[in-house]
Design a protein around this ligand. Sequence first.
Ligand code: SAM
Ligand code: DTB
Ligand code: SF4
Length: 335
Amino acid sequence: MTHTLATVEALFARPFFDLLYEAHTVHRRHFDPADIQVSTLLSIKTGGCPEDCGYCPQSRRYDTGVADQALLSVDEVVAAARRAKAGGAGRFCMGAAWRGPKDRDLDRVTEMIAAIRDLGLETCATLGLLRPGQAERLAAAGLDYYNHNLDTSPAFYGDIIGTREYEDRLATLARVRDAGLKVCCGGIVGMGESRPDRAGLIAQLAALDPPPESVPINLLVRVPGTPLAEAPSLEPFEFVRTIAVARICLPQSRVRLAAGRDGMSEELQALCFFAGANSLFAGETLLTTPNPAITADAALFAKLGLRAFMNGAEEAESGDRAASCAAGNGPRDCA
Ligand code: SAM
Ligand code: DTB
Ligand code: SF4
């Protein structure tokens, strides 16, 4: 189904319970609502980034107190991936504070990817803009997902970022797709954007062909020292609406309740899961900012009857893939 800016705005405008009911109905048609995909993040290269993204504590233009850290060693990253697996994660996501990687950087990152895959984890990387040939190198190393966010609507984008264009992001996403990687692409809300901007972001995501397999919806983490440190807080029901609209417009994608969970009540997170979020980042730090404790997430899962979704790599190990596909909650390549 085609979603224009106008149809997405119309979804946002629906009465709250009508919207939630439709989103939850769509959700159940495509997923088991008890399954939550769990990723763990690690910042493999931190701070000192030349870009000017107004939300980001890792830009060297802002004084945020984030300590710079050069690219970690393969051993350090593999040790973190082992801990993530022991903590219940199915996917390990590596983030780097680069405008984009140098070919030399990819020598080490590709080694990391191969080693983490060998642990039976899915792999994801978010390294910035990719040049021709770089996505192919990541795919050859066995990378499953590449994360690159559109962040916001085309109209609001220039208010937040000056050092890269919307079109640059779309070009990287096309390279990722053409290399055969799965796409993780979403955005951030709560940056002072309008509702039409939130609708514009979702319309752009839904227009990607094919749509991204994974869609992180981040609630801005307001970091002191960044230009968005004092952004007005987003009304919580508006955040739930954003998740619900994303679910309706991207019915087969995993919609991730991404950054911003640390400040959310259990009740708000539960509403987000009901509205169609079925993925999250687990672990006490995102890239540089806090995230709920694993014990807190485990308690919430128990209260709500949720469980960590078994990913493709684990299914291959345990032989449960066919059963999961038959139940209609397997990976998208089940068919
Ligand atoms: N440097 C690479 C890039 O920008 O593509 C990869 C890392 S970057 C930190 C990954 C994503 O994290 C950004 O695109 C943005 O969507 C998200 N992000 C960064 N700072 C955030 C914040 N303070 N709150 C919410 N999301 C944030
Ligand atoms: C995404 O959409 N959110 C994650 C991940 N992809 C890389 C990053 C959130 C970063 C939040 C700010 C920080 O911890 O530095
Ligand atoms: Fe750099 Fe990525 Fe942060 Fe932008 S979001 S400043 S590119 S690390």
